[in-house]
Design a protein around this ligand. Sequence first.
Ligand SMILES: NC(=O)c1ccc[n+]([C@@H]2O[C@H](COP(=O)([O-])OP(=O)(O)OC[C@H]3O[C@@H](n4cnc5c(N)ncnc54)[C@H](O)[C@@H]3O)[C@@H](O)[C@H]2O)c1
Length: 257
Amino acid sequence: MTNYSTFASDAFSGRSVLVTGAASGMGLETARAFLSKGAEVVLADRDADGLQRARGELSGKVHTVTVDVGQPDSIEKMFEYCDSNLARLDNLVCCAAVITAKKIPDQDWAHWERVMSINLLGTFFTAKGAISRMLTNENGGNIVCVASDVAYHGGGGLIADTAYAASKAGTLSMVKSIGRELAGKNVRINALNPGPTDSPMHSHIDPALKERIAANLPMRRMGRPDDMAAAIMFLCSEAAEFVYGSALDVDGGSSFR
Ligand SMILES: NC(=O)c1ccc[n+]([C@@H]2O[C@H](COP(=O)([O-])OP(=O)(O)OC[C@H]3O[C@@H](n4cnc5c(N)ncnc54)[C@H](O)[C@@H]3O)[C@@H](O)[C@H]2O)c1
C-alpha cells in the first residue's frame, strides 16, 4: 500500500510525464506511481546504470534517457528524445538535484557553481524546455519543481548546506515568477517542499541521526518517497486545477517547528 494507491488505476491514462532525477529516491517512486496509473513516463537521470536498473524493475510505457541537467546541451537532447518519442509532453516533474552538506569555510566558488547549475539552473532550463512544448498543447500541461523545507529553515552544514538551501529557495522564487508569466496560458506550475525523506540522498547519514531527525518531527517519522510521489501526483491531477504557483509542504510538520 502506497500513499498514491488511492488514485484510480487509469487516472493518468493517455498522459505523458517526464521525470528528472528518476533513477533514485522520490523521482523513481514518482515514475513508478505514474506508470501504475496508466501514464507514459520518461525517466531522465545522469545515472545511466540506475536508469537501467529502474527499467528492469518497472513495467508499463517506460522510456529512459540520460541527462545531466547541469549542462544545457544535455537538457536539449533530453527534450529532443521526448519530441521524437512522445505524442506530446503533458507533465514535468523536476527532481534532479545534488545535496551537499559543507560548512561555510569548505564552500568555495566551484561548490556554489556546481550546486546552482544543477539544482537551480538545471531546474529552470528543464522547466523552460517543457513550457515551450506545453504552450502548444491543446490541454496545456503541469510542472512540479521539487524544492525543500530547507528553503525556509536554511541548512547548517549537517545534512544540507548554505548553497543547497539557497538553490532550493531560488527554486521556490522561480516557480512564482514562472507562474506570474504563464498566467492564463493553461500551463500550471507548482513547487513541492519535502521535509527530511528517507531516500538514497541520505544514505550517508548515520542511522542514529536519522532517528533523531524523525523524533523531532511532529509526525515522528521521516518522509517516504511515496509520500512525495502522491503529492506530486495530486499537483498534476485535475483535483489540483486551482492550485497554481504554490509551494506544497509535505514535511511531517517540519515547517512549523
Ligand atoms: N531526501 C530528502 O530528504 C529531500 C528533502 C527535501 C528535498 N529533497 C529534494 O528531492 C529531490 C529528490 O531527492 P531524493 O531524496 O529522491 O534524492 P536521490 O539522491 O535519491 O535522487 C536524486 C537523483 O537526481 C539525480 N541527479 C543528480 N544530479 C543530476 C544531474 N546533474 N542531472 C541529472 N540527474 C541528476 C541523481 O542521479 C539521483 O538519481 C531533490 O530535488 C532533492 O533536493 C530531498
